[in-house]
Ligand binder design. Structure first.
Ligand code: ADP
Ligand code: MG
Length: 894
């Protein structure tokens, strides 16, 4: 349902309180008191059959008895009453309800499920149950039983824990930080994290979102909403339960290492959320994010009256990946002229212990003017020579005056060692982020830097995949289906080798031998070439072959082979009498002097579905535990990012006499495995260990694959992030001899767009963007090419022979997936050839298949060509009530 009616929840004009009570100590009393004390400006309607009046307010027996329909209802009555209250509220036309009550249970027949179903019939939105409630300071709404009401501000809080929501509210009151809203979401039977992320992403009062998560239940919805929100404003997340592992029966190394918290980490990283690990860090981040908007980079200048603290701050800054700003020569000269000769002469700018307000201000003024830094951190250590308060006031005045003069003021942070309440008040009053220690100050700033870097790196254009990368999906499907039809969970080694081959993942030649004699016959030609061979037990029941003495390497003669073969058989029969034994696997012995052993795999997480694992491989993988996870689908950028998160990535470069391994081949293998996961939902686990990597490329020596039957609709992906929808690739005929390739846009298309825009006339650009556009920046085009296929679609049309872009059409659905906006652009020299028409038809077909109810667009009135086409396609055309120059065109699909 997403943001439907959330306005009535978060900014209601009137509120009814069910279970309002005059009895001190009751929930109904606390809620009513909070509503009144916060000064809610609209009417408050207490509802309670036992009273005519409570605390001066008229009270009615039931919600149906109210003369007016309230926007919001707050429910504090016992659990069994909730479903009927929800029904009555729905009938009355109430927009939203906060269910503070706990104990509605879980599962299909619970009171919670009943309430949810009833609410859905009338479109009533439910927050909770089992929550602290909602605080919306701009609406002066305290719809919670928190003890105090914080001020309005720029942070939105979404919390799965009521206690944490209350703690954050308290922190805000103590630290004079305000909120746009604090929502305790409880059991999320309706309004969930994804809905609220969608709401706050577009809420103009919210500058940053704080998220407290215990577990996610709707992964796909969460990922879409989180990605969209994080691209608009910082989203900080803290997740509890880092050491609670999912109940995964792990049969592979990958499965064992893909713990639930690590998967959450990968999901947050992919969405661009900023993860913090404790409340202190959350508050540091909150302090920065609620005050600072335009931090341009990470070059920090430090102004201090004590050298030691400045140096400590610089150490921290380096630890956390920040940059120590230089002092520009001109600014240094200026500082020389205003400071005593004993000043440090460099960053940290130590203006010496006796510095008073004037010296601080002079130095600060110079640093504010220095283009070599992006932010300034001001320290003060108390001395007998100057008053810390006076210095604080002078610094605050300086910052305030630069803010009033500059459109993009430079951020200033402060830390007053041992600062008293008066100095804190000074900084709060001027909205200057302040911290009690140098660690917190630097960390606070670096949160914003990390957020900006993460988003920039997620928006980088990935390199195109090589043209010759082809997968044989059909061959792979046959192998998987074959195992499923025999009710087998594990593919056997020959099937695994064939599956890898189908996705062009290099694997050692693998042969099957039924008995030792056959093994000898297969080994003979290899031995004759001077190759050594490897024998392994071949059994679908034995997953870890070495554990049962089932692997023998380095066999160099027929005798060796014969002896090893019978030993392997004996070992297996002795140690695993239950196992069905198919025979032996024969492989050439791979000897690569500089090979690094890696592990690559897929595990299936109960919440996020398939996840990709990369790390250091070999037989000690779990012990070394050097790994990183990522959600598919992966492109080459994401694959490289995944590799870069591990320690083993460092030995992929050249060191000593070891040549660099072909990292691009490893990245490509990750992309292939991600494709395998996307194409085959039945695959539960893949474990390639070891994958050898060296200067010649990569080679898998051993892999396991497990499968199971899944019920997944064809149109729906089993991945948490909707992959490239290749089922929408089409060849359209523009003329009998002019085939055009049309497909969903890909991030790699950026370069094609850059060229495309040069071939659009200025007047066509204006018709499309409603404004003259001269400069197509990376971030501009990235917004067109890097889309979330779960929410948007864009089709690009290519000339098949030249590969050049001819036109594009896009469709962006609102968060509720009801109405989608379209926009279209065709190369100027191709107008009137029917391409626009074909693209419009395609987008209508797509919208219909996607369940969108209405397509809508804004068209300049002078764009008669477009308006005529819309009319012929059956669009309804109406003038835009808000803008004379525009027409609104719409097409109903439902
Ligand atoms: P498992 O993991 O079931 O114990 P593997 O097939 O991975 O069995 O073999 C165990 C180890 O033997 C591998 O980690 C690798 O070091 C080595 N090995 C396996 N196959 C080969 C091969 N063809 N050439 C060289 N070494 C091999
Ligand atoms: Mg192995």
């Amino acid at each position: 349902m997403s943001t439907y009616r959330l306005q009535q929840l978060l900014s209601p004009r009137s509120v009814a309180l069910i279970g309002a009570s005059p009895r001190r100590g009751s929930l109904g009393y606390a809620l009513l008191k909070n509503l009144k004390d916060a000064g809610f400006s609209g009417p408050i309607y207490p509802v309670n059959p036992h009273h005519h009046e409570i605390d001066g307010l008229k009270c009615v027996p039931a919600i149906g008895d109210l003369a007016e329909t309230p926007d919001l209802m707050i429910v504090a009555t016992p659990a069994p009453t909730v479903p009927s209250l929800v029904r009555a509220a729905g009938a009355k036309g109430v927009g939203a309800a906060i269910i503070v009550t706990a104990g509605l249970g879980h599962g299909p027949d619970s009171l919670a499920a009943q309430s949810e179903q009833i609410a859905r019939q009338s479109g009533l939105r439910l927050l909770g149950p089992n929550c602290l409630g909602l605080i919306a300071p701009y609406a002066k709404l305290n719809g919670s039983f928190a003890s105090r009401m914080p001020a309005p501000g720029h942070l939105a809080v979404i919390s799965q824990s009521g206690a944490i929501a209350a703690a954050i509210a308290e922190w805000g009151i103590t630290n004079a930080s305000g909120f746009s809203a604090i929502a305790s979401i409880g059991d999320q039977i309706d309004v969930d994290i994804g809905d609220l992320l969608d709401y706050f992403a577009l809420d103009s009062k919210t500058r940053a979102i704080l998220l407290y998560v215990e577990s996610i239940s709707r992964a796909r919805k969460f990922m879409s909403a989180a990605r969209a929100a994080a691209r608009i404003k910082p989203v900080v997340v803290i997740k509890a339960g880092r050491h609670i592992e999912g109940a995964q029966a792990a049969a592979t190394h990958t499965g064992a290492m893909a713990g639930s918290d690590a998967v959450y980490g990968a999901a947050f990283r992919r969405a661009g959320l900023l993860r913090v690990f404790d409340m202190d860090e959350l508050f540091d981040a909150a302090e920065t994010l609620s005050h600072v908007r335009n931090l341009k980079g990470k070059r920090l200048a430090i102004l201090t009256n004590g050298g030691g603290i400045g140096v400590l701050a610089i150490d921290r800054l380096r630890d956390m990946g920040g940059t120590v700003a230089a002092v520009s020569p001109a600014i240094k000269e200026r500082l020389d002229s205003v400071l005593p000769s004993t000043w440090s002469g460099a960053n940290p700018v130590d203006i010496v212990g006796d510095a008073g307000p004037d010296r601080y201000v002079a130095a600060l003024e110079a640093l504010l003017a220095d283009p070599a830094n992006d932010a300034i951190l001001v320290f003060n250590v108390p001395t007998a020579m100057a008053s810390p308060r006076e210095v604080a006031q002078a610094v605050a005045n300086k910052v305030a005056s630069q803010r009033s003069r500059s459109l993009q003021p430079k951020p200033v942070f402060t830390s007053w060692v041992g600062g008293d309440q008066t100095t804190v008040d000074i900084f709060n009053h001027t909205a200057i982020p302040h911290y009690s220690t140098e660690v917190e100050a630097v960390r606070g700033m670096m949160h914003l830097v990390r957020y900006q870097e993460a988003i920039a790196s997620l928006m980088e254009t990935p390199p195109s995949l090589p043209d010759d990368f082809k997968t044989d999906e059909k061959a792979a499907r046959k192998i998987v289906d074959g195992a499923l039809s025999e009710d087998r969970r594990w593919l056997d080694p020959l099937e695994v080798a064939a599956l890898m081959a189908a996705y062009a993942i290099p694997i050692t030649p693998t042969y099957h031998a039924t008995d030792p004699d056959a093994a000898g016959r297969i080994a003979a030609p290899l031995l004759a070439e001077g190759q050594k061979v490897v024998l392994k037990i071949h059994s679908r029941d034995i997953v870890h072959k070495s554990d049962v003495g089932g692997v023998r390497v380095g066999l160099s003669s027929a005798d060796d082979v014969a002896r090893a073969a019978s030993e392997i058989f004996n070992n297996a029969k002795r140690l695993r009498p239950d196992a069905r034994i198919e025979g032996l696997i024969v492989q050439p012995m791979i000897q690569r002097k500089y090979a690094r052993e890696l592990i690559l795999g897929i595990a299936t997480d109960p919440v996020f579905g398939p996840v990709i694992l990369f790390g250091r491989g070999g037989t000690a993988v779990e012990v070394i535990n050097d790994k990183a996870l990522a959600l598919p689908p992966l492109d080459l950028n994401l694959a490289n990012d995944l590799i870069g998160q591990t320690r083993v990535s460092r030995i992929l470069s050249a060191y000593r006499d070891v040549p660099a391994a072909r990292r691009e081949d490893i990245a490509m293998t990750l992309v292939k495995i991600s494709q395998l996961a996307a194409d085959h939902p039945e695959i539960d686990e893949i474990d390639i260990n070891p994958l050898l990597a060296d200067e010649r490329g990569v080679l898998a020596l051993d892999a396991r694959v497990s499968v199971s039957r899944k019920q997944i609709a064809r149109s729906q992906s089993h991945l948490a992030i909707r992959p490239y929808p290749k089922e929408w690739e089409r060849v359209l005929l523009l003329a009998p001899d002019w085939p055009i390739l049309v497909r969903p846009v890909r991030p790699e298309d950026e370069g094609l767009f850059t060229e495309f825009f040069t071939q659009i006339s200025d007047s066509d650009l204006r018709l499309r963007f409603f404004a003259p556009i001269k400069d197509f920046s990376h971030s501009f085009i990235a917004r067109l090419t890097q889309i979330d296929y779960a929410r948007s679609m864009a089709f690009v049309a290519f000339d098949q022979t030249s590969g050049k872009l001819l036109g594009a059409v896009r469709l962006h659905a609102d968060a509720n997936h009801d109405v989608a906006e379209y926009a279209i652009l065709v190369r100027s020299d191709l107008k009137g050839r029917g391409l626009g028409w074909k693209l419009m038809q395609l987008v209508i077909e797509y919208a219909r298949a996607d369940g969108i109810k209405q397509i809508q667009g804004e068209v300049l009135r002078e764009n008669t060509v477009m308006l005529r086409m819309c009319e012929e396609l059956g669009f309804n055309i109406a003038p835009d009530p808000d803008d004379q120059a525009l027409s609104i065109v719409s097409y109903r699909l439902a």
